[in-house]
Ligand binder design. Sequence first.
Ligand code: PMP
Length: 429
Amino acid sequence: PYTGPSADAIINTRKEFLSPSNSMFCLYKNPLNIVDGRMQYLFDESGRRYLDAFAGIAVVNCGHCHPSVVEPVINQIKKLQHPTVMYLNHAIAEFSEALASKLPGDLKVVFFTNSGTEANELALMMAKLYTGCQDIVSVRNGYHGNAAGTMGATAHSTWKFNNVVQTGTHHALNPDPYRGVFGSDGEKYARDVQDLIQYGTSGHIAGFICEVIQGVGGIVELAPGYLSAAYDIVKKAGGLFIADEVQSGFARTGDFWGFEAHNVVPDIVTMAKGIGNGFPLGAVVTTPEIAGVLTRRCYFNTFGGNAVAATAGLAVLNVIEKDKLQVNASMVGSYLKGRLSQLKEKHEIIGDVRGRGLMLGVELVSDRNLKTPATAETLHIMDQMKELGVLVGKGGYFGNVFRITPPLCFTKDDADYLVEAMDYSMSRM
Ligand code: PMP
């Protein structure tokens, strides 16, 4: 049994000693005190079990405390934690080779970081150095991180402070099939990328950064045809395409990478979250030619890819393979999406069901025609689902989208339970 401090005691300590920004992120009216995790389940201080359909924001892809991740990490941390890349060690070499083998074409060179923000900052810098240009195009409603460049590229006022310098950053129309001005016509939205380049830059850009499915923005899929059309436009302007796979990577969408569904091969792929199953780790993968720009000066990251992080990363790749998580994400994901779509027939409040694999969104509206965001209802239903033992995330500009991104070991039974909990909570509204 749990013998640590109570939820109330933790709340008080957090209030006194943690940044006040942290308190804004407690998801529930009565915040959960999570003390244990096992695969797709989390346990609170009383031992109550919750079905986790958020996975710490699309992080814990293999499942909480997966023994095949935990064991190698423990063995490595006992043996050697941090040799620094200035010495040779097998862990970082093995993991970089295994990771590169997961990417197509000439994407063969890896640089390790500790977070998605760092990965995207590095990608943006490499694009600027490689092209000799400064201008970056990103997509509205996208999230890329919270440092100078990535906060600029992020196109969501919720996540921007008013000190952010956006010089050289251009935010393209969001190709959002549900709320976007051109509906599902991807090519029309891509013309906005063309316009931004044509009228807002010298005609040459450093790059285009984009999430293949927007996560923070509320699980928004790119309108069909958008990415390949935008890709051609960006290439003509000399820019690099940076795919931000921080949430969509590592088998979550049913493909290994989100971009695979779009017939494009990025110049740079950034990743974090699912890469380490909870261990802090991020990476940038690019071509030898582009990576070469980093040899012009010294570029170094103290902890990036340290022996324990690399061991965790390698273990994650092995588990995805061994547990067939990609197939499972695809199979259980389409089953769950189907069931959620049926739920939409029953409940007026569901305006849209979307996403791929186990990266699904359910957008709630109080009026289907006006698409009025049902923000308060979303919070309420989320709280009710928690009471029924199911944890989902929330996102979107209006906070009215359920984000369903469970560990990829989620089963059909879990999917049924989630849908029943949602159905029951909506019926009782
Ligand atoms: N890119 C995307 C798509 C993300 O969702 C996030 C985190 N929400 C980031 C980048 C930044 O990652 P981190 O929080 O690890 O810096």
